[in-house]
Design a protein around this ligand. Structure first.
Ligand code: 1HN
Length: 345
């Protein structure tokens, strides 16, 4: 390939004059922003074992009262982006959040979309847009853009959950901000009850609710049952996977990030094609070997890892007798909406 001219090839007085006019020559940087064949990715495949997070998070519970934190979170930062950027990938933020018995994380709303995947503990709840959502292991709770949300805890043991946000993207867009609010009044109705069965939706005679996000909590018991049922119905199916969708539209539950649950049959090895979006895996039950080129992670329960886009990932259930269940988050909705989604076999 023809070498393009470098910045150093230009006379210093010319470079100085460009700079004084806020001008920059493209050609020294062209290959950097538009590399051949495959994008440059800062996202590095990274593994965050839960056993290294949990003691440090509990320590944060001793060191920092909730009033001094608002959200007591240790961020799962990708070293490829620089830890201070608080990014797991280009568009994804991950954090592990701790709420102690009796604590309250006050109501706020913000432009980034969030979900939480409950890791351990009972008795906590998140109120989203007036709906009080109980939190149990494996439950997925949405806090989409603009909706008020607050967390409380009436149990007697610490509660820990994984937050997934599109914060890096929304921040990059210079569109990230929050508003604080008062404790929410709760209203009747739970989306996970109203939309209990796939294929049928509530149809009030006197006007539909019109809620953009009709389902805010996806209980793990239901998602797990759906996976088990799918696996039993389709022994021929290689990837036993479900997508968390908006039950009124069938579209992804949120606008920017996609959320899925995957069941690996006992002993199963599943090769995922290289796709343009980055991907995050969180082990809900069982154990998985996650292979990316030149690296392999052994995920134990509650572990989290990520892989950059344009990378083939191979998953292997380490148990020959029990299924393994993974929660997956990725940037597919974003890539598809922007028209840059790619799969490379
Ligand atoms: C947020 O609102 C929560 O509500 C957690 O629990 C993590 C990280 C960045 C920005 C907002 C929450 C967050 C966050």
């Amino acid at each position: 390939m023809l070498e393009l001219g470098r910045l150093e090839d230009l006379p210093q007085d010319y470079r100085d004059e460009l700079q004084s006019h806020n001008l920059v020559p493209l050609w020294p940087s062209l290959r950097g922003v538009l590399p051949p064949h495959i994008p440059a990715r800062q996202t590095q495949a990274t593994h965050w074992p839960y056993q290294s997070i949990k003691p440090l998070l509990l320590k944060a519970g001793e060191l920092t009262p909730i009033e001094k934190a608002e959200r007591r979170v240790l961020v799962l930062a990708n070293p490829g982006h620089g830890l201070e950027k608080m990014q797991a990938s280009a568009a994804m933020y991950l954090g592990m959040q701790l709420l102690l018995p009796g604590e309250w994380a006050p109501s706020h709303r913000h432009t980034p979309n969030a979900v939480r995947m409950v890791v351990e503990g009972d008795g906590a709840w998140t109120t989203v847009d007036g709906e009080k959502c109980p939190m149990a292991r494996g439950d997925l709770i949405l806090t989409p853009t603009g909706l008020w949300h607050e967390h409380g805890h009436e149990g007697d043991q610490p509660v820990i959950w994984l937050d997934v946000l599109d914060l890096p993207l929304v921040y990059y867009m210079e569109a990230s901000y929050h508003l604080n609010g008062d404790r929410q009044a709760t209203k009747p109705g739970q989306g996970d009850r109203a939309y209990r069965r796939g294929g049928v939706v509530p149809t009030p005679v006197f006007g539909r609710s019109g809620a953009r996000y009709p389902m805010l909590r996806y209980p793990w018991a239901d998602a797990r049952a759906a996976l088990e049922s799918l696996a039993a119905d389709r022994p021929d199916l290689e990837a036993v996977q479900i997508t968390y969708v908006n039950p009124e539209t069938g579209e992804d539950a949120e606008n920017i990030l996609g959320f899925y649950a995957l069941m690996l049959r006992p002993g199963q090895t599943l090769r995922l094609p290289a796709r343009s979006p980055a991907i995050v895996f969180h082990q809900i039950e069982g154990g998985t070997e996650v292979q990316v080129p030149a690296q392999s992670f052994t995920l134990a329960e509650a572990d989290t890892c990520c892989a950059p886009g344009y990378t083939a990932v191979t998953l292997h259930n380490r148990s020959s007798s029990e299924p393994a269940f993974l929660f997956i988050a990725d940037e597919s909705p974003l890539h598809r909406k922007l028209g840059v989604y790619e799969e490379r076999g």
